[in-house]
Design a protein around this ligand. Structure first.
Ligand code: SAM
Length: 271
């Protein structure tokens, strides 16, 4: 009975996500005030700096990086593409995978211009912003595939898509809490994606804190998690926390289409 309820909750979330349009999502989430590369106190420079630091500290290495729930976005792999020779992007929705494929194929028709993001990450790496064309080429070179995923399945990606040894690193931004109906599903999803990661591999997880809904066009009920719950879920799902950092949303970012109070960044290792 309890199992059926959990399945219904997950199915309801899946149905809501089917109605989300990538262009509306990008417009709502990756334009000011939520995303503003010009403001030092904005979330986006914080996120890009967290990822840059995590990928350049020296402990994250290997061949294969997998991004979980990529959506229609690429910023989350702009630092990692300099460390890993193989990057897989994943998403639940074909419309998002199509958006990513159109950037990868560089034939126009993308809803988003990622140039300012590429330039910003080049600056973090101590390069000239003009090096963004090289970074874009590098990204296109290392992205091996863009594949379907369902974090609620014990085997989230189809068998044989990823090398059997598992990924050396997973990155995932704003996916688990916005795809899970409750904390139990969030924790199970953390365990499910962990099966894609080799023991000793790293998880870089970014998510919202205290968010009960988000409306990128349609209203999505999300599971509000706090710092203690994230730490407990990680432990229960077989990860050792290296660090958790929190960004508290400034008043100007508390807009009507979400009710989060902050964002967490986690660096963890699979036991
Ligand atoms: N990572 C992107 C970003 O940073 O903007 C997208 C985050 S968006 C808030 C959440 C993503 O989770 C969406 O792209 C959605 O399609 C995906 N998603 C929804 N349900 C999912 C599921 N069951 N398994 C995997 N991904 C799912």
């Amino acid at each position: 009975m309890e199992e059926k309820g959990a399945e219904n909750g997950v199915a309801a979330m899946a149905a809501i996500w089917q109605g989300v349009d990538p262009a509306a999502y990008l417009q709502n989430t990756y334009t000011p005030p939520l995303a503003d590369l010009e403001r030092k106190d904005n979330l986006l420079p914080w996120v890009l700096a967290c990822l840059h630091r995590a990928f350049t500290e020296g402990d994250v290495s290997g061949e294969l990086l997998v991004d979980i729930g990529s959506g229609p976005t690429l910023y989350q792999v702009m630092s990692g593409c300099e460390v890993f020779n193989k990057v897989f992007l994943t998403d639940f929705l074909e419309v998002n995978r199509k958006e990513l494929r159109s950037w990868l194929q560089d034939e126009g028709g993308c809803s988003m211009d990622w140039t300012p993001y590429l330039q910003h990450v080049c600056k973090l790496e101590g390069r000239q912003p003009s090096a963004w064309t090289e970074k874009a080429a590098k990204l296109r070179q290392v992205i091996m595939d863009i594949v379907p995923i369902d974090v609620h399945r014990p085997q989230p990606v189809a068998l044989d898509v990823l090398p059997s040894a598992g990924a050396d690193c997973l990155v995932s931004c704003y996916c688990l809490e916005s795809a899970s109906p409750d904390l139990a599903a969030f924790t199970r999803a953390l365990g499910n994606i962990g099966r894609l990661l080799r023991p000793g591999g790293h998880l870089l997880l970014i998510g919202t804190l205290g968010m009960s809904y988000y409306s990128p066009g349609v209203k999505i009920p999300t599971v509000p998690v706090n710092e203690a719950q994230v730490c407990a879920s990680l432990k229960e799902s077989g990860y050792t926390l290296i660090r958790l950092e929190v960004y508290t949303l400034p008043e100007y970012m508390k807009v009507s289409h979400h009710d989060a109070y902050g964002i967490f960044f986690v660096k963890a290792i699979k036991e």
